[in-house]
Ligand binder design. Structure first.
Ligand code: ADP
Ligand code: MG
Length: 253
């Protein structure tokens, strides 16, 4: 049995503004095994982004245990790739140069990084757009470029914070399929934050459910639907059983 890539135990996070304290995460415990695609689902404001920021080492937990990387040395700057709700591409850089940004920041050898960035753009379906600027791409295409950017420095862990929340419903479904394909090709460990219960079930190999703020663990379970997943699975009984389970955990049944 290999040790998990991520172990969170009774994690608590309090935001302090002046003398005011706000408990954003009260008690969160879960493990992530290498290669999993974990969907982290819960209502808006429950603390999902805060949990991701703790994993990315952008915030320190106030209490509890956060272990990342098992026994190997893990450096968040090098080993984490992040995708946000907005693509956040730099408008004065070409798509290729945007994808290269983490490699530039880390000072990776430019020639190899360029080759990898081109391969990643091909993987996300953006061959031929290398020299375009962000404004020349649709929202979905920009988000695919952001995914390529998160992968360019070959991180061990990808954190995605509601990456498709700003897209229209059809584009979002396409991006979900694209995500699953990228995950199966890249074999990365991914934590995918969403407030969509359908999206959480469709994407996740495992699912972590958080209750309304401040975040507490509701449950963690395996989503035993086969891969590759297809859109018609959303109408299957097993899919409905998983979504009902999450609604129940969130007190919405
Ligand atoms: P989610 O991503 O699930 O919507 P967040 O982790 O962003 O939730 O926020 C959890 C709670 O913490 C929210 O009530 C939010 O208003 C509050 N919060 C987030 N960031 C800060 C901050 N920097 N200072 C104070 N409160 C914050
Ligand atoms: Mg959030």
């Amino acid at each position: 049995m290999t040790s998990p890539l991520i172990e969170l135990r009774n994690v608590r996070k309090v935001y302090r503004t002046g003398s005011r304290e706000f408990v954003a995460v009260s008690d969160v415990t879960f493990d992530v095994v290498e290669g999993d695609l974990v969907s982290l689902v819960g209502p808006s404001g429950c603390g999902k982004t805060t949990v991701l920021k703790i994993l990315a080492d952008l915030h320190k937990a106030d209490d509890g245990v956060v272990k990342i990387g098992g026994t190997s040395g893990f450096e968040p700057g090098r080993d984490v790739g992040m995708v946000f709700q907005q693509a956040l591409l730099l408008k004065w850089r070409t798509i290729l140069d945007n994808v290269l940004l983490p490699a530039d920041i880390l000072g990776l050898p430019r020639k190899a990084a360029r080759a990898r960035a081109r391969d990643l753009l091909a993987m996300v379906g953006l061959s031929g757009f290398e020299e375009k600027y962000p404004y020349e791409l649709s929202g979905g295409m920009q988000q695919r470029a952001a995914i390529a950017r998160a992968l360019v420095h070959d991180p061990k862990l990808i954190l995605m914070d509601e990456p498709f929340g700003a897209l229209d419903a059809l584009t979002r479904e396409k991006m979900n399929l694209e995500m699953l394909r990228i995950w199966e090709e890249s074999r990365k460990t991914i934590i995918f934050v969403t407030h969509s219960i359908q999206e959480a079930v469709f994407l996740g190999s495992r699912c972590v459910v958080l209750t309304a703020g401040p975040a507490r663990m509701a449950d963690t379970f395996t989503i035993d639907l086969p891969f590759p997943r297809t859109l018609d699975m959303k109408t299957a009984d097993e899919f409905g059983a998983y979504t009902r389970r999450i609604y129940r955990l969130l007190g919405m049944d």
